[in-house]
Design a protein around this ligand. Structure first.
Ligand SMILES: N[C@H](CCC[C@H](N)C(=O)O)C(=O)O
Length: 279
């Protein structure tokens, strides 16, 4: 039987989302249905699909599930978290300005600021290969990664989801589509990986492009921005407060560079349109 699915289309600096409200009824979509909805020619089009659900834990306001355009469910999405916060507030699902939200990778805190920007406490970065997961004998700042006969020095960081970060001279010329696709599927990453290409502008500014796991290159990646700043700080190249320049704007990332410190990300969230689609 066909059903009509209401949705909201949103984006965080061009990383775009379909948001589905599952607060009143449980909701499950198959990977094939998600790939159809995410398709920019025969569906709605998005990088990720976000599902808003009641929390399963006391003292937690909501649960938030994240699906890549290829239908895979993933642990975390930074730009999506900001859009999630704007969505639940604008829809009247909460009157709070500070929210605690359950995700596959743990509880995150969202702060809706008076200027409309949202600050997300993204939790602590993780570096142990087993936490990424990444096949490596030991933990290191940089790992040699062989790709198509060439060896690259890469950083590997988890923000709940796995990220590789490479330092490049200029993001404009970086081989994002080719090398990004090869590393995304690299056999040393059993769950695949997001691939960030970072250009250091100065101690407090970077430019970033990301080839996202399950999507391809996106205009922005929140967890990728966090992972890049963490990797840059650990390499002694960045300070504790960094502006990340992306195609449609900037994210502000702060990390105190101690293993117990959380990463904080601040940036905008935009609602584009509402609609319904027949499934
Ligand atoms: N592609 C990512 C999920 C979305 C992350 C990104 N859109 C963000 O803003 O953090 C993954 O497979 O881990």
């Amino acid at each position: 039987m066909r059903t009509l699915l209401p949705f909201t289309k949103m984006h965080g600096l061009g990383n775009d989302f379909i948001v589905i409200n599952a607060m009143k009824q449980a909701f499950s979509l198959t990977p094939i249905q998600i790939r159809y909805l995410a398709n920019r020619h025969i569906g709605i089009g998005c990088d990720q699909l976000l599902v808003v659900e009641p929390s399963t834990q006391a003292m937690v306001d909501f649960r938030y599930r994240i699906f890549n355009a290829d239908g895979s469910e993933v642990q975390q999405c930074g730009n999506g978290a900001r859009c999630f916060a704007k969505y639940v507030y604008d829809k009247g699902l909460t009157t709070k300005h500070i929210l605690h939200v359950e995700t596959m990778s743990g509880i995150i805190q969202l702060h809706i600021r008076p200027d409309g920007n949202i600050t997300v406490n993204m939790g602590k970065p993780r570096f142990l290969p087993a936490e990424i997961p990444f096949l490596a004998e030991e933990t290191a700042l940089f790992y040699p990664l062989e790709v198509e006969g060439r060896t690259y020095q890469v950083s590997v960081v988890s923000m709940g989801n796995p990220h590789v970060v490479l330092i490049v001279d200029n993001v404009r010329d970086a081989p994002v589509q080719t090398l990004g696709a090869e590393i995304e599927q690299h056999p040393r990453f059993p769950e695949r990986v997001n691939v960030g290409f970072m250009q250091i502008v100065d101690k407090h500014q970077i430019r970033l492009r990301v080839f996202e796991r399950g999507v391809g290159e996106t205009f922005a990646c929140g967890t990728g921005a966090c992972a890049a700043v963490v990797a840059g700080q650990r390499a002694g190249l960045l300070g504790s407060s960094v502006i990340v320049h992306l195609h449609y704007g900037q994210l502000h990332i702060e990390w105190a560079a101690t293993d117990s410190a959380s990463v904080n990300m601040s940036g905008p969230a935009t609602c584009v349109f509402e609609g319904t689609i027949e499934l």
